[in-house]
Ligand binder design. Structure first.
Ligand code: FEO
Length: 385
């Protein structure tokens, strides 16, 4: 990937990883981005996961082409970016390490390398001249860890954005940016919307030509589109008008009600209705869709006095990702003592600004003609929201 004569991409694709962060399926892999700035001084912008050490270290050495490395800028210490930092620290012993106070605390926690005497601790707004290029640092705590900072390079107008604006998928994958960036955002950074909003305000006044994240492609055009999506996502506002129906069905009877409700909504003119089987879908996709749409319906069988486990698991995910500002309908099923609605309500009531529709539907084992009126009432209530 060509960025400019002075700024080299030296990141690596990882297509062999089974689960990113040991939880997210990445069918198309993931990239660990790393950049090298060549000026009077040279600066490395983050390293890569240890899994990519071999390819990355070779690219770094080739890009340096015999020059010394003057600075190692550490924007984020999570091991998918700092995994190869110990190598860089040892291989380039004269390089000064640039980071926030917490960065150095975390370096000491992760590595047994002594870097005293080669630390440059930076604070909000500090600058570092490399020659014609100047780096300006902006702290971005909790986007996605507390030590995070982003870096603006004012000559080429580059924003090195750390995890921000990242996406799943190796760089040679042809796929929609928003789909995998949204799944990445809500599952990894989603809890920290307020921190992202603060960062967006900081970068608002900057003239940015390119955004260089630590995962996914460098963004070079139509940057307002990406910034706008990040503003929507981090503001917990729905992105798309539509209904997300998530069901947790044991023997298929609750699933039938979910699908019937979807048909009814479509029949009433709802253009976007998405139905998902929580027991089988990627939970990260489900979290993404919950945040994407303005309304959600939860349909669950009763299980051990609560909601069927995939539903409880899903709601726990939404709870920790601070799901908020949405309208939610409930459908429960139970053969002798339906309890799923109560359990789902318990989770939802712990969340901020969730409107739970009064038209709760209770099914006893299977959907019957006598349930139709209640389901119609719920469908109408969803449409009217
Ligand atoms: Fe890509 Fe928070 O690490």
């Amino acid at each position: 990937m060509f960025i400019s004569d002075a700024v080299k991409y030296i990141g690596v694709d990882d297509r062999g990883i089974d689960l990113f962060e040991s939880q997210y399926p990445v069918e198309n892999g993931v990239s660990y981005n790393s950049y090298l700035i060549l000026d009077e001084k040279t600066a490395l912008m983050d390293t890569v996961d240890l899994r990519g050490l071999e390819g990355w270290s070779q690219k770094l050495s080739e890009a340096l082409s015999g020059r010394s490395l003057d600075y190692i800028v550490v924007q984020h210490m999570e091991p998918d970016h700092s995994g190869s930092l110990a190598y860089a620290l040892e291989q380039y012993p004269d390089a000064v390490v640039v980071g926030t106070a917490k960065t150095f605390m975390f370096i000491n926690q992760f590595f047994a390398v002594d870097i005293s005497g080669r630390k440059l601790e930076v604070k909000e707004g500090d600058t570092l001249s490399l020659g014609t290029h100047t780096l300006q640092f902006a702290t971005a705590p909790m986007v996605h860890w507390p030590e995070v900072m982003v870096t603006y390079e004012s000559t080429e107008k580059l924003l090195f954005s750390a995890d921000g604006f990242g996406k799943f998928g190796a760089l040679d994958t042809e796929e929609d940016w928003a789909c995998e960036a949204r799944r990445y955002y809500f599952n990894i950074v989603g809890k920290y919307g307020a921190a992202v909003q603060t960062l967006l305000k900081k970068v608002k006044g900057l003239d940015i030509q390119k955004i260089l994240p630590l995962h996914g492609p460098v963004l070079t055009e139509n940057l307002g589109y990406y910034l706008g999506l990040y503003d929507t996502w981090s503001g917990y506002a729905p992105e798309t008008k539509g209904v997300f129906i998530a069901y947790a069905s044991i023997h298929g009877n609750t699933k039938k009600v979910a699908e019937l409700l979807a048909d009814k909504l479509r029949g009433l003119g709802e253009e976007k209705v998405v139905v998902t089987d929580l027991a089988r879908a990627d939970i990260a996709e489900c979290v993404e869709d919950a945040f994407r749409y303005d309304r959600m319906v939860l349909c669950a069988a009763t299980y051990d006095g609560g909601a069927f486990v995939p539903m409880e698991d899903f709601l726990h995910h939404l709870q920790i990702k601070t799901y908020q500002n949405r309208t939610v309908g409930l459908v429960e099923n139970g053969t002798w003592a339906p309890m799923a609605a109560k359990a789902m309500r318990g989770y939802l009531e712990s969340m901020k600004n969730i409107t739970i529709l009064e038209e709760v539907v209770t099914i006893k084992s299977t959907y019957k003609a006598e349930n139709e009126e209640a389901l119609d009432r719920l469908a109408t209530a969803i449409i009217q929201k």
